[in-house]
Design a protein around this ligand. Sequence first.
Ligand SMILES: Cc1cc2nc3c(=O)[nH]c(=O)nc-3n(C[C@H](O)[C@H](O)[C@H](O)COP(=O)(O)OP(=O)(O)OC[C@H]3O[C@@H](n4cnc5c(N)ncnc54)[C@H](O)[C@@H]3O)c2cc1C
Length: 505
Amino acid sequence: MSHLEDSSVPAIRRRMVGQGFNGDGRYVLYWMTAFRRTRFNFALQRAVELANRLSKPLLVLEALRCDYRWASVRHHQFIIEGMAANAVALEASRAGWLTFLEPRPGCGRGLLAQLAKSACAIVADEAPVFFLARMVEATYERHGLAMELVDSNGLLPLRAASKVFSRAYDLRRFLHKNLAAHLVEMPHPDPLDDLQVPSSETLSAESLRLGESHLEGVCSLAALRNPAALASSVPVNASCGAGVVAGGAFAARRLLDDFVSGRLDRYVVERNNLDRRQTSEISPHLHYGHISVHEVLAAIADREKWSPLHIAPGGKGQRLGWWGMNEACETFLDQLVTWRELGFNMAWQNPDYACYSTLPAWAQQTMADHQNDERETLYSLSELDEARTGDELWNAAQRELRRDGRIHNYLRMLWGKKILEWSPTPQVAAEVMIELNNRYALDGRDPNSYSGIYWCLGRYDRAWGPERPIFGKIRYMSSANTRRKLRVGGYLARYSETAQRGANL
Ligand SMILES: Cc1cc2nc3c(=O)[nH]c(=O)nc-3n(C[C@H](O)[C@H](O)[C@H](O)COP(=O)(O)OP(=O)(O)OC[C@H]3O[C@@H](n4cnc5c(N)ncnc54)[C@H](O)[C@@H]3O)c2cc1C
């Protein structure tokens, strides 16, 4: 079916698995797993395009398992808030939608295969991290399905580079040469507006011939209006309650608008202010795909009246002066694009991205050289988890993570460095960081989780002197220096043990 191959979604972002579409079937199915949004989503755009070409209705499936690692009320509620926002947007469109919340482990098994039986084409998200990539792969292999996988992860398509960038500088150089060409291929802001096929009223849960265990997990709009109740109705870790950030595309857009119209101007001077949040706070929404990095860039471009034509030609990897924007915007974009996409590059290129063995050789060597250094203080995972160390500032950061589901970026670096100092080996330090970060942080389990955690152990960094016990040549950070550098009084009061007890009442 060659007329289906031509697409408004760049070929570099699409990959066909299986035999190709035969066009027989009742609907085009979009299986939304990573880009959980209806705007600026290349995968949805492709599904809409296929539905129009085949003159078939579009069905969007957004499902949530309950047996993934670190599943908790916190993560579930955030995701369900996103599902609710998507259901509202889909309900107002011509697309059909099916939101499935697995009520018990295993109940969702076979759902995709069942829906695939009546689908004439299937589009799915291509994401390089956590269990998503494996789940999508296992599904099409096990059921012999044909699917088109679409990459809507970043500004730079995953396949644009064929190597791992081991320094931010190297990726910047690559971006300076190659990114502009990809920026002219933005996803449509509202792909659902382009859907021309008749409305999908015929795609009710009953008409999809779902079995009983599948029907049990189907959510109505009314049920989705109470994400907290839904999240606590499933068997996931309830001791990790909701975080402070609301999930979903509407919440993400509000955060983005507030940031772009206000805090962005003060990003350079105030981003380390612990008392007033000055960063975008958008990482959980980026992680769950509730907002796209393309939409963030579009909002900034709109404000700055910027287009890719403003890019300074011949950039050589410098941090500032390439985008052709002011310093605040360029500093922010360096985080949003260079640092964020470094993680995606690593996760895409190297399936072992979460392993200690992927640290640079110099970092592994220097930590091995200091393996037998005396460790004055060692803390167990549970002591760290419960913020029971002798370091007041570290404890406050850990309480912020546990209670709110986030840590201020500067303290997050200190948090990781201290775990290295207090662990019997650097490998244990990595495991502890991964466990606590991914259990509690709303943006955890992301490529950036591993960038940040392994940055504390030398990834993307260089050797530093003087050589110190335990750390060797790994960049050192201490709470005493952090206290000198940042105003920590208000933060310590907010996340003191007493404040924590109050929050638990
Ligand atoms: C030990 C440790 C663990 C980390 N774990 C995570 C994690 O689980 N998930 C996560 O998204 N980030 C993680 N980071 C990176 C960083 O802390 C967060 O991305 C940032 O604090 C999110 O806040 P924000 O959205 O307000 O960022 P902003 O400053 O507003 O930046 C905008 C976006 O740029 C990206 N970004 C910013 N800083 C970094 C960075 N240092 N590395 C990579 N991308 C960055 C994020 O997508 C962020 O949302 C970790 C860092 C460390 C040191």
